[in-house]
Write a new protein. Structure first.
Length: 641
């Protein structure tokens, strides 16, 4: 009998569970997708040697699981609160507490099983789609492999079955926590009007601004880890105080504005917000913090992707560069490239540079000096060529590899090259480039001199050779890259070259693979985990508002009786729900804007543009939840009538 009652309750109330079900299904699906990617042997083997994403998928799946557990427990409490009168009726009819507990356990477990089955099925459908997206984002030609794995299915089933059992046990034990009279009066309890504290309100702003200021000046901190903890504590505490104190103060100030307060049904909206703020403040603050975390994570991921993947061709303009002076190695590399069918050999060139010491703006630096004739040969191989500038004696071109960090500096006008710590020669900078001449890390500060000046400098520095190779396609050459890499390693061992690898050899493919895998993976994870957070946050607000709608239905019935129009009631509901949705969103956007601005500034990017890219899809989904919540709120009020 208990089993049948639980089954029928789920069947008859399925429409009330629909948002709850959808949210759990999304969580299960994304968890399953991450587990499928984690156990995809083809992807893992193809990414061997670079930053493996399996660890990232594993950690992300744990975050999703933890957040899903909290969300399921939190949401389930709303349903129990909504059904306390029903539970009390069962008890009044003589059904034993143990039987009611079993019924609640079974109902929660049934919902969980339904969500688990649908979630795994949808996850299986979209796992291949997600894998294709990941591979496209990485930008390499990698076979998809077997997407659906038994390990992924088993891990998902075990993880969520445990969550559903624990939540079901909590549901089943609810009946033992309340007296019968409490169950019938659960919905009639009202919040008391909270007191406004000017001190706490001001303190909340001070704490948040203190966190902002310290975060934006984090680079100057002597202990970054301690500063980060202090920043997180101050902003989090300030946010909770903002919703519990400052918001109360602002609503009471609005209440004192008699013109606005008595206009239409504003009195109803303002009073309800004021009396409910105590119970809602923690949830709103939590949603604001989670919104900020989600937007920031996605924004930072986009920022890194744009910097290191979007502009990768600027950082690595050449396919291969070696600084090993070996004719046999040059022949081998040229032969390997010519035999490769997946790309076309566009040409190669040889060049040399001299390592010298110098001074720019009173700062001592090491420079690589290249002759104008060698610069022309290097430049001719580039896809994006630099303009031809004729250099006169005493003039130079200056390439500063770390251009982003110099973006706010004034461009230097002169370089002084020294000889044994004494003045040697001053050179006027004719053109200043805020980027690297050749592949990143193969050279840093680079100066181009005309051939006459170069021959003078050549006598005082250490001479290094460069061999540069250019291909038409640098992204589908895995086997070629392995052959060249093996040949270079063999040559290094033979010559016992003890220089660092970054000064010996640069491969576009190898560096692109490593950076694209880690950064594209980070963006992929950020988008999907952010999606789970957003769905859960929207659902939490939905449940809280729907719970309040059931409790407030009597008041709206009274308003109808005294002649308030349906249009005014509907407008009031939409306005009330809008406050609850918009307040945490605004705070979350402010927090994230400050967080993203730090990274964007470091990368010389537009903070507003990055924030805009994240906020468009975020706000669209968030507003969909707002519309669904408002419509359901109004529907409950109307059905009560």
């Amino acid at each position: 009998m208990i089993f049948n009652i639980a089954k029928n309750n789920v069947k008859m109330n399925l429409k009330n569970y629909i948002v709850y079900l959808v949210s759990i299904i999304v969580s299960v699906s994304i968890f399953f997708i991450f587990k499928s990617l984690e156990f995809n042997e083809v992807i893992n083997s193809m990414l061997e040697g670079s930053v493996k994403l399996s660890t990232g998928f594993k950690m992300s799946s744990y975050i999703i699981l933890f957040f899903s557990a909290m969300f399921i427990w939190y949401s389930n409490n709303f349903f129990l609160k909504k059904r306390k009168k029903e539970i009390g009726l069962y008890s009044l009819l003589g059904i034993e507490n143990e039987s009611i507990g079993k019924m609640l356990f079974l109902e929660t477990f049934f919902i969980g099983i339904i969500a688990l089955i649908i979630g795994i099925l949808l996850g299986a459908i979209f796992a291949k789609f997600a894998t294709v997206i990941l591979i496209k984002m990485i930008g390499l030609s990698i076979p998809i492999g077997k997407v659906i794995t038994s390990k992924g299915i088993i891990n998902t089933i075990i993880a969520f079955i445990i969550i559903f059992i624990l939540v079901s046990i909590i549901s089943g034990r609810t009946i033992y926590k309340f007296e019968l009279i409490d169950l019938f009066k659960a919905e009639s309890k009202r919040e008391v009007e909270p007191k406004a504290s000017m001190i706490k309100a001001v303190l909340s702003i001070i704490l948040i601004l203190f966190g902002y200021f310290n975060y934006l000046n984090l680079i100057n901190s002597s202990n970054e880890e301690l500063s980060l903890i202090l920043i997180l504590v101050s902003i989090t505490t300030g946010t909770f105080m903002l919703f519990s104190s400052l918001l109360v103060f602002l609503i009471k100030a609005r209440k004192r504005n008699k013109t606005s307060y008595f206009k239409g049904l504003n009195m109803i909206v303002t009073s309800k917000l004021l009396f409910r703020i105590k119970g809602n403040s923690r949830a709103l603050a939590l949603i604001a913090i989670l919104s900020a975390t989600t937007i920031t994570a996605m924004g930072v991921s986009i920022s890194y992707y744009d910097k290191f993947i979007g502009k990768f061709n600027d950082m690595y303009p050449y396919s291969y560069i070696t600084s090993i002076d070996s004719k046999s190695l040059d022949r081998d590399i040229t032969k390997f490239i010519q035999e490769e069918n997946n790309t076309k050999f566009l040409g190669s060139t040889k060049a040399e540079y001299v390592e010298v010491e110098g001074e720019v703006d009173l700062q001592q630096l090491n420079f690589n000096v290249i002759s104008e004739s060698d610069f022309d040969k290097i430049n001719n191989l580039r896809e994006k060529k630099y303009e031809n500038i004729d250099l006169k004696p005493g003039e130079c071109l200056y390439f500063y590899e770390f251009g982003d960090s110099a973006s706010n500096k004034e461009e230097p006008e002169e370089i002084n090259i020294t000889n044994d710590n004494t003045n040697f020669e001053n050179y006027t900078i004719k053109k200043y480039y805020k980027n690297n001449l050749i592949n990143e890390h193969m050279s840093f500060e680079t100066i181009i001199l005309n051939d006459t000046d170069y021959n003078k400098v050549k006598k005082i520095g250490e001479l290094q050779k460069l061999n540069i190779y250019q291909l038409s396609d640098n992204k589908n050459i895995e086997m070629l890259d392995k052959k060249i890499d093996d040949a270079i390693n063999e040559e290094v061992l033979k010559n016992k070259d003890d220089r660092s690898d970054i000064f010996i050899y640069s491969s576009y493919y190898k560096n692109f693979k490593e950076q694209s895998t880690s950064i594209s993976g980070m963006l992929f994870i950020g988008i999907f985990v952010g999606g789970v957070f957003l769905v859960a946050m929207g659902s939490i607000i939905f449940f809280k508002q729907i719970s309040e709608a059931t409790e407030e239905s009597g008041r709206y019935k009274s308003l109808r009786k005294i002649g308030v129009s349906e249009k005014s009631i509907k407008s009031t509901i939409y306005k009330e729900v809008a406050y609850v949705f918009i307040m945490p969103l605004i705070v979350g956007i402010l927090h994230s804007a400050v967080a993203i601005s730090y990274i964007a500034k470091a990368f010389n990017q537009n903070t507003a543009l990055i924030e805009f890219q994240v906020l468009i899809p975020y706000i669209v989904i968030y507003m969909i939840y707002y519309i669904i919540t408002s419509n359901n709120y109004y529907k409950i009020i109307s059905e009560t009538e």
